[in-house]
Design a protein around this ligand. Structure first.
Ligand SMILES: *Cc1c(COP(=O)(O)O)cnc(C)c1O
Length: 419
C-alpha cells in the first residue's frame, strides 16, 4: 500500500498534487511519501513483533538523509555497504549500534571508520577480509564484531542480475568453507564472533527461497554450536519483492509467518535488511513530456527523465507503471515507448507499453521508483541529477536540490601545460 493516488483528477502524493511540485521544483524530480515509508517500516516491525528483531534499512536502496532519518525515527537501523553510507546513516541519526556493514569489498579506511564509529556488526565475505579486519582492529586496540556472510546456494528466482545467493555469485562464503572459517575466526584476537548472515537476492516474490536459505543457515548454526561457537545474531538480509506490475510478492506479514517459528527455535536475535520493500513504492519519478514522435515502427514519448535518472529499465528490463499526472479517462490509449534524451538505445522508461496518449508539455509519473532510483542515478550526458522532495500530508519540502552543471564540473581542471 502506498499513498500515491488520483484525487480530483490529479495524481497526488498524500495530499499534495504532483503538478504543484513539478511546477515549482521543475522536472525530473523524485517525490517520496513519508507516510508510506513509515507504514512500510511498521509493516515489518509489526510482522516480526513476536521476535527480538532489528530492522536495518538497506541504505543503498535510497540514501537520501530525509528518508533514512524518517526510518531512524521509527527505530530502524541501517545496512550499509560503504563508508559513504556510514557517514550518511550517522548524519541521519541512526545510532552506530544499529548499523550493520555488508559488502564484498571494504577498504582498510572504511573498516577503520566503522570500528571508530562502533557499529553493531561487520558482515564479512571472504577469508582475506576477515584477516585484514582482524589486523585493523588490532592496530586500533579494539575487537571487531563480525558475522560471516554465507552463500546458501539457493535460487532466489529473480532477475539474474539481482540474484546473490547462488554458488556462482560473488557474494558470501561457501557453506562448507564457512564452518572452517568460523573455527579460525574464533581463534583470532581482535575479532568477536557475533552472528551469521546471508542475503540471497532482491525482488523475491516467493517465500520458499527465504525458507530454504534459513534452513541451510540453521543447519550451520547447529554445527557451530556443536563445535562450541555460540552466535547471538542471525542476519537474514533483505530481498523481499514489491509490486511493480502484476507481481504478487508476499507481504511482510506472510514473510514473517513463513520464517518466525524456525527463527524462534534458534534463539538468536534477528536482523533484517529490507530496502526495496520499504522504499520502492514510497517514491515516484515525476517528469515532463518533451516531445512525442511517430516512426513507421513506433510511437515515442520523449520525457525529460532518462536512464541516468532511473536506470532500472535499461539495466534490469524492469517495469515501472507510467501515469499521466492529470487523469483523463476519456483520452485514447496508444502503444508507446517512453524514452529519455540520452544518446543510447537502452535509454527508456517503458517499452511497447499500452498507455494514455501523453502530450507534449504534460507531466508524467514513473511509479515504484523509490528504491534504486535516485541512489543509482548518474550524470551521464552531463545531466545534473534530479531534485528530491519529501511529502508529509499536505506539506512538502525539497530534500535535495537539483544538481547544477557547475557542481558537475567542480573538481575538473586543465593540466598546467594546457593553461
Ligand atoms: C541490496 C542488499 C539488501 C537490500 O535488498 P532489497 O532487495 O532492497 O531488500 C540487503 N542486504 C544486502 C547485503 C544487500 O546487498
Amino acid at each position: 500500500m502506498h499513498h500515491f493516488s488520483y484525487k480530483h483528477g490529479q495524481l497526488h502524493a498524500e495530499d499534495v498534487p504532483l503538478s504543484q511540485i513539478a511546477e515549482q521544483v521543475g522536472t525530473p524530480t523524485y517525490v517520496y511519501s513519508q507516510a508510506t515509508l513509515e507504514r512500510h517500516y511498521r509493516a515489518f516491525s509489526e510482522a516480526f513483533g513476536g521476535l527480538d528483531t532489528l530492522i536495518c534499512f538497506a541504505v543503498k536502496a535510497n540514501s537520501n538523509r530525509a528518508v533514512i532519518n524518517t526510518l531512524a525515527a521509527q527505530g530502524a537501523g541501517a545496512d550499509i555497504v560503504s563508508g559513504g553510507e556510514l557517514t550518511r546513516s550517522l548524519a541521519a541519526g541512526v545510532p552506530a549500534e544499529r548499523i550493520v556493514y555488508s559488502g564484498v569489498g571494504k577498504t582498510v579506511a572504511e573498516m577503520e571508520q566503522a570500528l571508530d564509529a562502533g557499529i553493531l556488526m561487520f558482515n564479512l565475505e571472504s577469508a582475506q577480509e576477515l584477516e585484514v579486519l582482524n589486523q585493523v582492529a588490532g592496530r586500533l586496540g579494539v575487537k571487531a564484531p563480525v558475522s560471516l556472510r554465507v552463500n546458501p546456494d539457493v535460487d532466489a528466482q529473480t532477475h539474474p542480475k539481482i540474484t546473490t545467493g547462488l554458488a556462482k555469485n560473488k557474494f558470501g562464503l561457501d557453506m562448507e568453507l564457512a564452518f572452517g572459517k568460523y573455527q579460525e575466526a574464533a581463534k583470532l584476537d581482535h575479532v568477536e564472533l557475533k552472528g551469521i548472515s546471508c542475503h540471497i537476492g532482491s525482488q523475491l516474490t516467493k517465500v520458499e527461497p527465504f525458507a530454504d536459505a534459513l534452513e541451510r543457515v540453521a543447519v550451520l548454526i547447529g554445527r557451530l554450536k556443536g563445535a562450541g561457537i555460540e552466535l547471538s545474531l542471525l542476519d537474514l538480509g533483505g530481498g523481499l519483492g514489491i509490486n511493480y506490475n502484476d507481481e504478487q510478492p508476499p507481504s511482510p506479514a506472510q514473510y514473517a509467518e513463513a520464517l518466525t517459528e524456525r527463527i524462534g527455535s534458534l534463539g538468536l536475535k534477528l536482523v533484517l535488511e529490507p530496502g526495496r520493500a520499504i522504499v520502492g513504492n514510497a517514491g515516484v519519478l515525476v517528469a515532463k513530456v518533451l516531445f512525442t514522435k511517430d516512426t513507421p515502427a513506433k510511437h515515442f514519448i520523449v520525457s525529460d527523465a532518462a536512464m541516468n535518472d532511473l536506470v532500472r529499465p535499461a539495466m534490469y528490463d524492469s517495469f515501472h507503471a507510467i501515469l499521466p499526472v492529470m487523469e483523463d479517462p476519456s483520452r485514447p490509449k496508444v502503444v508507446a515507448d517512453v524514452v529519455g534524451p540520452i544518446c543510447e538505445t537502452g535509454d527508456f522508461l517503458a517499452r511497447d507499453r499500452e498507455m494514455p496518449d501523453l502530450e507534449r508539455g504534460e507531466f508524467l509519473a514513473a511509479l515504484s521508483a523509490g528504491a534504486y532510483g535516485f541512489s543509482m542515478a548518474s550524470t551521464y550526458n552531463s545531466r545534473p541529477r534530479a531534485a528530491e522532495v519529501l511529502v508529509n500530508g499536505d506539506r512538502w519540502s525539497v530534500v535535495r536540490t537539483r544538481e547544477t552543471v557547475e557542481e558537475l564540473m567542480r573538481g575538473e581542471s586543465l593540466p598546467e601545460w594546457m593553461e
